[in-house]
Structures are given as C-alpha cells and as structure tokens.
Design a protein around this ligand. Structure first.
Ligand SMILES: *Cc1c(COP(=O)(O)O)cnc(C)c1O
Length: 233
C-alpha cells in the first residue's frame, strides 16, 4: 500500500506548492489547473493520479495516447494533447482530446477545424508559442500571435482558449522567469483584442522544475510529469 500511495502523496505536495505560489501573488489556488503529464507512465499510474484529483491528463505522443485510451486510462478525466503534433495524426485526436494544447501553425489549425467539422464538433485548442525562438521547437513566434488569431477567427470548427509555452530548458531561474513574464504580457495584450472563436482564458506554462515561477508570472495551467509520477526512464 505504501508503494501505491506515492502518486497521491506527490499530488498533495504539488497542490500545496501551487496554492502557496498562487496565494503569494494574490491569486486563488482554485484558478490554477493541474495537468498530469503522463508520457511513458502506465494506465494504472494515470488512474491513481485521476483518483487523487488532477484536473486533466496530458499526453505527448498520439500512438501512446491511443493505446492507453483503449485501456481506459483516462476515464473520468479531461484529456489534453501536449506534444508535438504531426499533421497526419490530427485525425486521431480531434474529438478524443478535450484540449489540444500544442497547435503551432495555421495548417494545423485548419486541419483540426476541418476534422472537427466532419465530426460535427468544435475542438478546443491552445496556440503554442515558441517563446525562446528556438529553431528546434515548434510553435509560433510571439510576433505571429495576432496573425494566427486573425486566422483562427476565420476558421470554423475550432475554439482557441489561450496560449501554451515551453521555455528553453537549462536556463537559470531568472531567465525562465523572463520568458514566463513575456508570455504573460503577450497573453494579456492579445486578450484585449477581440477575435471570433478566441477566448484568451488559459495560459499553460510551468513543468516540474519551474511551475512555482510560472504561476508567479501568471500561468493558470501547469503540466507536471516527474514531480507526480517520478523519473521517466
Ligand atoms: C513532459 C512534459 C511536461 C512535464 O515535464 P516534467 O518536467 O516531467 O514535469 C510538460 N509539458 C510538456 C509539453 C511535456 O512534454
């Protein structure tokens, strides 16, 4: 039993840290969504995380998501896609995921919209921003935000709910806070403009090593893997 409880214990610890960070900057802990990033972890572990009360589960790879979904791993929880999305896999996750967090191009938005229309649904998405402007990362550049939201406003079948970012890794703390602050500013600035199909409500940023800093900068959705499930092998 002791062994099985570690996921619930970890979630309790993460929730406490989220609450402390939120309260510290005058925000309500309940405003921060906790997404369990479950790549490489089995269905049994994901069920434990759901039972312990995470707000959603996030997967990175379409194949892995489909396998675990077939095992009922996500039952009772919203499911997010948070990984790099290839256009030929779009059809497999539209309508299956409650939120696709990692939409980083117009062609992807368009494909998602088409698939959603064919299913008679509207797909909720976040726009991924490549805030560190790293060549190996997907996501739009910050200066493209208005252009893609304008495009989204003319694309049927999608509903943009906010922004997502994965800042450069191995940066000093001060540097990661700079990226988080820059994301928050972008989130607020474009939130003031009005586009059809767009409600700037979610700012998804912060992982195991930096979610406290992300929340202090204005994140309201954190994606936590190793601090919940332990190290990935
Ligand atoms: C794996 C992953 C996370 C969580 O990473 P940890 O450092 O294990 O918390 C968050 N977001 C994305 C997109 C991921 O791929």
């Amino acid at each position: 039993m002791v062994q099985q409880d570690y996921i619930a214990e970890n979630i309790k610890r993460v929730r406490a840290a989220i609450a402390e960070a939120a309260i510290g900057v005058g925000r309500s802990p309940g405003d921060i969504s906790l997404v369990a990033a479950s790549k490489t972890h089995p269905a049994a572990s994901i069920r434990q995380a759901i039972a312990a009360g995470v707000d959603a589960v996030g997967e990175n790879r379409v194949q892995e998501l489909m396998e675990k979904n077939a095992q009922g791993a996500y039952n009772g929880s919203p499911l997010h896609f948070i990984g790099h999305l290839q256009s030929n896999k779009v059809g497999k996750i539209v309508g299956v995921c409650d939120l696709i967090e990692s939409v980083g191009s117009k062609p992807l938005l368009e494909l998602i919209g088409k698939k959603a229309l064919s299913l008679g649904i509207v797909q909720n998405v976040l726009i991924e921003v490549n805030i560190g402007k790293e060549s190996q990362k997907s996501g739009i550049l910050p200066e493209q935000a208005e252009e893609i939201l304008e495009f989204a406003s003319r694309t049927a079948g999608i509903n943009v709910m906010g922004l997502m970012a994965i800042p450069p890794i191995n940066e000093q703390n001060a540097k990661c806070c700079y990226y988080y602050d820059t994301m928050f500013k972008l989130f607020i600035d474009i939130g003031e403009k009005k586009y059809d199909n767009v409600i700037m409500r979610i700012l998804s940023m912060g992982m195991s090593d930096s979610y406290v800093e992300a929340i202090r900068s204005g994140s309201n959705m954190v994606r936590i893997g190793s601090a919940i499930f332990g190290t990935r092998y």
